[in-house]
Write a protein that binds this ligand. Structure first.
Ligand code: GDP
Ligand code: MG
Length: 296
């Protein structure tokens, strides 16, 4: 005990500094037109910003998305600041010829890597670099209950080379509970069959806990989600929901869909891991390729 110098307090110093700066987290939504991407962005923000005024509190309908566009909000929870940035993309795959329709999205993701690299090479090393790199790509799957479409396979494969891809079953209120479970299994089988490796990635350094943690989240993905831009009254409380002739889907009810699970995954349980994986795997791959090209 006499040799104690107290440098273990560095962890709380680092923590305090990091918490003060807060987190920057960037998500992109990708998928065919009409699968509810813009609605989902609205739902995610509304669920955090129930008291806030402005676009997300209003019942203004979601318009057709025509360009790649970021929506950003700061969420504060227990004094920790999270700047959540969600990039909306126009749907693709509705043209007769879908060849290379994913190019603008891949380009957008690579452009952010490139911008970060440029700042990294010029900025003073200790200065904080504004991070616009995409940490997670939510890939919206049509709730057909059958299988992935060929275009899903192609696009997810392309995306998985540059970003953490997390598939979601869009509009899962269209499927019965059994259909939903069967569809989930089917999607996982097809991803394996097509050799598409998605987030989370196992590494050799993983300990038992990390391996378990990865397989736990794999057992949920793809998240079966429901979005809504309207509030409904349930038990006297105003919540995001969808009202049908036969009842109401409460978006935030875990018995109805996995929206809350997805929100926790993004903003709580996997936030830091998605950020680290982006830096260590996707950005690093981009960076070494660029630097190698510079040398030649
Ligand atoms: P985007 O083209 O992917 O951005 O799709 P939009 O967000 O514009 O939504 C297209 C339509 O689907 C709108 O009429 C939404 O109200 C509806 N929609 C969005 N999410 C859901 C959902 O979870 N379930 C159902 N049944 N409809 C939804
Ligand atoms: Mg849209």
């Amino acid at each position: 005990a006499e040799s104690y110098v107290g440098f273990d307090s560095i962890t709380s110093q680092i923590e305090r500094k990091l918490l003060k700066r807060g987190f920057q987290f960037n998500v992109i939504v990708v998928g065919q037109t009409g699968l509810g991407k813009s609605t989902m962005i609205n739902t995610i923000f509304a669920s955090h910003l129930i008291d806030s005024k402005g676009r997300f509190a209003s019942d203004e309908p979601v318009r057709q998305t025509t360009e790649i566009q970021a929506v950003s909000h700061v969420i504060v929870e227990n004094g920790v600041k999270l700047r959540l940035n969600i990039v909306d993309t126009p749907g693709y795959g509705d043209q007769i010829n879908n060849e290379n329709c994913w190019d603008p999205i891949i380009k957008y993701i690579k452009d952010q890597h490139s911008a970060y690299l440029r700042k990294e090479l010029t900025a003073m090393r200790d200065r904080y670099i504004q991070d616009t790199r995409i940490h997670c790509c939510l890939y919206f799957i049509n709730p057909t209950g059958h299988s992935l479409r060929p275009i899903d396979v192609i696009v997810m494969k392309k995306l998985s080379e540059v970003v953490n891809v997390v598939p979601v079953i869009a509009k899962s209120d269209c499927l019965t509970i059994e259909e939903r479970e069967r569809f989930k299994l089917r999607i996982r089988e097809e991803l394996v069959y097509h050799n598409i490796r998605l987030y989370p990635f196992d590494t050799d350094e993983d300990d038992q806990d990390e391996t378990q943690w990865n397989s736990d989240i794999r057992a949920v993905i793809p998240f079966a989600i429901v979005g809504s831009e309207n509030n409904v009254i349930i038990d006297g409380k105003s919540v995001r929901g969808r009202k049908n002739r036969w009842g109401v889907v409460n978006v935030e009810d875990e018995a109805h869909c996995e929206f809350v699970h997805l929100r926790n995954f993004l903003t709580r349980t996997h936030l830091q891991d998605l950020i680290e994986t982006t830096a260590q795997i996707h950005y690093e791959a981009f960076r070494s390729k660029q630097l190698l090209a510079l040398k030649e």
